[in-house]
Design a protein around this ligand. Structure first.
Ligand code: ADP
Ligand code: MG
Length: 741
C-alpha cells in the first residue's frame, strides 16, 4: 500500500523547486521547514529545538525503529497478533477511569467487522479522529471485556481512495520532537520526500560501486518508508557513507588550504645538540619514540608547517620527543615554545624540560645577581647550553637566571637570548615578542583552536611555526579521523620497558581504611603514596582548602607516617620544595589536588588513592593512575567513591576493568555519546545524525580514504561542483573559511 500515492496533500503542494532543477541536499539545506504545508511557526520552533531547521535536516531525522505488522481486515485480526488495519472512524469516546489515566476509544469499521481502537494518555488524539475519516492503525490485538480491541502504537490518516493491501506494512517510528508526535513528523518527512524527489547524487559513481552503495534518492526513501525491512540496512549504509564522506572532504579541504596558505620553516638541524641530548639520556629510546621522532623531524625539514598530533599514554615518554623537536629548531637558530593549558602544568613542564636538559648536561650555569654580562651564546661555549624561560600570567622564571624579572624575561625572549619559552596561553598574548619563533609544542589539543593558531602565526612574524600537539588523552582512531581529522598523527604505542600494569580497585567510602592500610604496607617496604583530593570544578581555591583539610585528617589517621601537602595555590618555590622532598623520600604520603595530574615523575611512588573518584572524567583518572608504577615496583590505584549515578558507576567500572587508554577512550565515547565528547559543534561530529562513530568505523575509514584521495587529485573540487556545494551547505560552520571566493 505504500506504493499508492498520498494524493490529497500532494495535489495542492507543488515541488519544492519551481525552477525545474533537480533537488540537491545543498539546496534542501537552504529551505526552511516552514515551506512544508502543515508546518507553522509553532511546529517549526519545536523542530528547531531538535536541530531540525531545514528540509535537509528533516530528511536526516531517520526512524529509530520500525513497526512491522501484517496488514489485515478487521474480521481477520486475531488476538495476540501485531497487525496494521484500516477502518472508518464510526465513533470516538474518552474516559478517565483514574486521575492520571486517559483512555481514548474509537470504533473502526471496514465492512468486514468492527473493532475498538484504544489509545492511552494521548490527549490530542480524540480531536484528530474525525468520524467518517479513514485511518490506518498498527498495534496488538487483544480481547477486553469480551470484545476485540487494538492497542494502537502508530496511526496514520489515509488519503481519499487509499487502500491498504493485505501485505506487510512497515511503520517507521521517529523519535519524538518536543510536543510533536512521531507520526506527525513522519507525515512531514513523507511530504518533504514527495516534494523533493528525485534527489541528485553528487558522489562519484566509482566510490559507490566500490562500496556497493545504492542511490542516495532511494536510500532516503527506503530508510524512512521501507517496503521491506531488508531495504533498511542498505539505505542506512549509503547515508552513513555520505555523512562521513562530507565530513572528510571538509577536513581534506581544510588541510589542503592550510598547506597552501602557509609559510612554513624548513628547519635545517645540524644534529649537534640533539645528538648530545639523546646520548645524555639515562636510558635508550623505545622503538616507538624513535619512530615518532623520525616522523617529526621529517615534517620539520619540510617547508610546509608541521601540524602533528603526538599521542601517547601517560608515561610513554612524550616529553623527550617534544624536547628533541624543540632542539631541532634551536639548533638552526630558531626559538621554541611549549604551551600548557594551566599555570600549574606550565610550571611542571618548565621543571620537566630543565631537568631533562640538566640530565644531558645542557643546562646553563645560572647567572645570579642580575649580571647578564658574559652570557655565552649557544655555540661559543664548549658546553652547549639551552636557555629555558617560564612565563605564565603570574610567574617568570629561567634556568639561566634564578632571579629573573618578568620584564627581563620578555626582553630576553624578544632578543633571542631565550631558546625555549614555556608557558600558558600568556605566550601568545600581547606583550610577548619572539625573536624567531620556529616551533611550538602545545600540550592538550582541545584548548587550542584555529584562533590560537592565528595568534601563534602573528608571534612568528607571519610564519607558521611547526606545531606539535601533545596529548596523553588516548584518542580513539574514530576521533582522530574526524575531530582531529586534518592533523597528522604520531602515536607512541609502546611503554618504556619494565612497566607492569597498575592494579586498580574500587572502594566504597565505608571501606576507605583498606586504602590507609595498603599505604602503610607499601611505606613499610620503602615506597611512597599519593592521595588525590576531590576535584572542584573551576575552583583551585576551594580545592586547595579541601586538600588542606584532608591533609589534617590523614595526618591524624596516618600519624606514624610523614604526610605532605601540595596544591595549586602554593607559591611555585614552595611547591617545588615539597616535590623535591617527596622525590628525596622525605615524605611518605603526598596529599594533593590534581596538580600532580601531569608531569610528576617519582618512580618510587607506588600507591595512588583517588578520593571521590566519581567527580573525575575517565581520561583524568587515567592520567592520575599513570603517576604510579613508573619505576621498578608495581603500582596500585585505589578509587574511593560511592558513585551517585549510573553513568559514574559505568565510568568507574570501565576504569577498574582495563589500563589500556585506548580502550578507556572507547568506553568513554560509548558512555557519554559521540555528540558530547569534545565540544561537538566545532568538530563537525555534531553534524553526524545517522552515522555512529563506533559502529560505523569501517565506513569512516573508507570515506576518509575516498575524500582525501579526491582532494589530492582535485584540490579545489573543480570537477565536482555539486559536491563542493554540498560540503559548504551542510558543514558551513566547519568550513566557512575554506572557500574564500
Ligand atoms: P609522558 O609525558 O608521555 O607522560 P614522560 O615523558 O613524562 O611521559 O616520561 C615518563 C617517564 O619515563 C619519565 O620518567 C622518563 O624519564 C621516562 N622515560 C621516557 N622514555 C624512556 C625510555 N625510552 N626508557 C625508559 N624510561 C623512559
Ligand atoms: Mg610528561
Amino acid at each position: 500500500m505504500l506504493a499508492v500515492p498520498r494524493a490529497k496533500v500532494l495535489a495542492v503542494t507543488p515541488n519544492l523547486y519551481r525552477d525545474g532543477r533537480m533537488a540537491t541536499l545543498a539546496r534542501l539545506a537552504q529551505i526552511p521547514v516552514l515551506e512544508l504545508s502543515g508546518v507553522g511557526p509553532a511546529t517549526a520552533r519545536a523542530l528547531a529545538g531538535a536541530g531540525i531547521h531545514t528540509v535537509a535536516d528533516l530528511l536526516h531525522h531517520v526512524p529509530h525503529r520500525y513497526l512491522e505488522a501484517e496488514g489485515t481486515t478487521i474480521a481477520g485480526a486475531s488476538k495476540g497478533a501485531e497487525v496494521t488495519l484500516q477502518g472508518q472512524v464510526k465513533s470516538v469516546r474518552e474516559r478517565r477511569p483514574r486521575r492520571n489515566l486517559l483512555i481514548t476509544e474509537a470504533t473502526l469499521g471496514d465492512g468486514t467487522g468492527t473493532i475498538t481502537a484504544v489509545w492511552f494518555n494521548q490527549r490530542h488524539i480524540a480531536s484528530q479522529l474525525e468520524p467518517g475519516a479513514w485511518i490506518a492503525v498498527s498495534g496488538v490485538v487483544d480481547i477486553f471485556a469480551g470484545k476485540r480491541q487494538i492497542r494502537v502504537r502508530a496511526q496514520r490518516r489515509l488519503a481519499d481512495g487509499e487502500h491498504l493491501l493485505a501485505e506487510e506494512e512497515i511503520t517507521p517510528v521517529h523519535s519524538q520532537v518536543g510536543q510533536l508526535k512521531p507520526w506527525k513528523i513522519a507525515q512531514f518527512i513523507r511530504q518533504a520526500l514527495k516534494r523533493s524527489r528525485p534527489i541528485e547524487d553528487p558522489v562519484p559513481v566509482e566510490f559507490l560501486a566500490t562500496h556497493g552503495l545504492g542511490s542516495r534518492d532511494e536510500s532516503f526513501q527506503n530508510i524512512h518508508f521501507p517496503e521491506s525491512m531488508s531495504q533498511v540496512p542498505h539505505a542506512r549504509r549509503r547515508l552513513v557513507y555520505d555523512e562521513f564522506f562530507r565530513l572528510e572532504l571538509a577536513l581534506a579541504l581544510q588541510k589542503r588550504r592550510r598547506l597552501e596558505e602557509s609559510r612554513g620553516v624548513a628547519h635545517e638541524p645540524t644534529g649537534e645538540l640533539t645528538a648530545r641530548f639523546i646520548s645524555g639520556l639515562p636510558y635508550e629510546l623505545t622503538a616507538a619514540q624513535r619512530r615518532v621522532i623520525g616522523e617529526i623531524s621529517e615534517d620539520m625539514r619540510s617547508p610546509y608547517p608541521m601540524h602533528r598530533l603526538l599521542q601517547g599514554e601517560v608515561g610513554s615518554g612524550k616529553t623527550v620527543v617534544a624536547v628533541k623537536a624543540l632542539l631541532d629548531g634551536v639548533e638552526g637558530g630558531w626559538q621554541g615554545a611549549i604551551m600548557a593549558p594551566t599555570e600549574v602544568l606550565a610550571e611542571q613542564h618548565f621543571l620537566g624540560v630543565t631537568h631533562l636538559l640538566a640530565d644531558a648536561g645542557m643546562s646553563p650555569e645560572p647567572y645570579g645577581g642580575g649580571s647578564r654580562l658574559g652570557m655565552a651564546s649557544l655555540f661559543d661555549s664548549d658546553e652547549p647550553a639551552v636557555r629555558v624561560g617560564l612565563l605564565t600570567g603570574h610567574n617568570a622564571a629561567a634556568n639561566y637566571d634564578p632571579e629573573i624579572t618578568r620584564a627581563q624575561l620578555l626582553f630576553d625572549v624578544a632578543d633571542g637570548t631565550v631558546d625555549m619559552l614555556v608557558g600558558t596561553h600568556a605566550l601568545i598574548q600581547e606583550g610577548v615578542d619572539f625573536h624567531r619563533l620556529g616551533v611550538a609544542v602545545v600540550d592538550e589539543q582541545h584548548r587550542f583552536g584555529v584562533f590560537q593558531r592565528i595568534m601563534l602565526k602573528e608571534k612568528a612574524d607571519g610564519i607558521d611555526p611547526d606545531l606539535l600537539i601533545m596529548t596523553a588523552t588516548p584518542i580513539p582512531r574514530t576521533l582522530s579521523m574526524t575531530l582531529y581529522g586534518d592533523l597528522d598523527v604520531s602515536i607512541i604505542d609502546e611503554m618504556p620497558p619494565g612497566r607492569a600494569p597498575v592494579i586498580t580497585r574500587h572502594l566504597a567510602r565505608a571501606q576507605e581504611s583498606a586504602a590507609w592500610d595498603l599505604i602503610r604496607d607499601h611505606v613499610a617496604k620503602g615506597r611512597q603514596a599519593f592521595v588525590v583530593c576531590p576535584l572542584v570544578e573551576d575552583s583551585e581555591k576551594v580545592e586547595a582548602a579541601s586538600a588542606t583539610a584532608e591533609h589534617a585528617r590523614l595526618s591524624a589517621i596516618l600519624s606514624d607516617l610523614r604526610v605532605g601537602l601540595i596544591h595549586g595555590q602554593m607559591r611555585p618555590a614552595d611547591k617545588e620544595g615539597v616535590m623535591s622532598a617527596f622525590r628525596a623520600g622525605e615524605i611518605d604520603v603526598l596529599v594533593s589536588t590534581t596538580v600532580i595530574e601531569v608531569g610528576i615523575d617519582v618512580p618510587n611512588a607506588t600507591v595512588m588513592v583517588i578520593e571521590d573518584a566519581d567527580r573525575f572524567g575517565l581520561s583524568q583518572l587515567h592520567q592520575l593512575r599513570g603517576r604510579v608504577g613508573r619505576g621498578a615496583h608495581r603500582g596500585t590505584c585505589l578509587v574511593i567513591s560511592d558513585p551517585p549515578g549510573e553513568e559514574a558507576q559505568k565510568r568507574l567500572a570501565a576504569f577498574v576493568s582495563t589500563t589500556d587508554g585506548f580502550e578507556l577512550a572507547n568506553a568513554d565515547l560509548a558512555i557519554r555519546g559521540q555528540g558530547t565528547v569534545f565540544g561537538a559543534r566545532q568538530s563537525g561530529i555534531g553534524d553526524l545524525r545517522i552515522a555512529d562513530l563506533l559502529e560505523d568505523f569501517e565506513m569512516l575509514v573508507a570515506a576518509r580514504r575516498d575524500a582525501f584521495g579526491l582532494v589530492a587529485s582535485d584540490p579545489e573540487l573543480a570537477g565536482q561542483p555539486a559536491l563542493a556545494d554540498e560540503v559548504r551547505a551542510m558543514l558551513g560552520d566547519l568550513v566557512e573559511w575554506l572557500f574564500v571566493s
